[in-house]
Design a protein around this ligand. Sequence first.
Ligand code: JF5
Length: 241
Amino acid sequence: MLRIDVITIFPELFEPFRRLGVLGGAIERGLLELEAHDLRDWTNDRHRTVDDTPYGGGPGMVMKPEPLVEAIEAIAGPKGPERTARVVLLSPQGTPFTQRTAETWARDEHLVFVCGRYEGIDQRAIELAVDEETTVGDYVVSGGEAPTMVVVEAVSRFVPGVLGNAESAQTDSFQQDFQEGHLEGPQYTRPVDYRGKIVPPVLRSGDHGRIAHWRKRAALERTQERRPDLLEGGARRRGED
Ligand code: JF5
């Protein structure tokens, strides 16, 4: 079973996340465990302080090293070859989290996510206790909690049993298209005419050869338009090398 721990100053944010949807079902069925820990439980002062002013000056606050390192060590043990958990810090400074990362991490036994807040984290805490730093995209949010939820969802979909056989992450149509290095094309369901916009007739023709050909072209056109980066570089970019 995969165990996931989260270290955050807002553990309550994870309550509905744990209870509802695909993840709620997976936890209920004992396929994975998810626990959110309050970073302030590892403070010693009256005010349960987790941040301080930056050395060298500048705006905002920095997360203090002591509560972070003590929380991580209590949950994952000290950093080094004996550690069986992967400790991940979500931050804009990380390496990109991808579908491939999700697949790899889903095979781990223990993941620990550290949610950053404020203007950043004392570098010594990262060096002393964190194994990997990852980003979910080139934008900044106020804390690592939402990025952590993104990563937990993407990873959970690769845990055997979580999605059920028909919808497994491995056979998922996005995953297939993804591995082939393009986006999915447009999808349609009933009614055939909605507010005067009709379903492309080829999809209702029953000619499976023409349908496959049309879908391939539509997917490539969309990729060229929206994500030309996916088409450049071919297999190398798709991680086949
Ligand atoms: C964060 C210090 C982390 O903004 C992010 C983020 C974006 N992509 N992945 C993570 O995390 C919030 C804020 C301040 C560290």
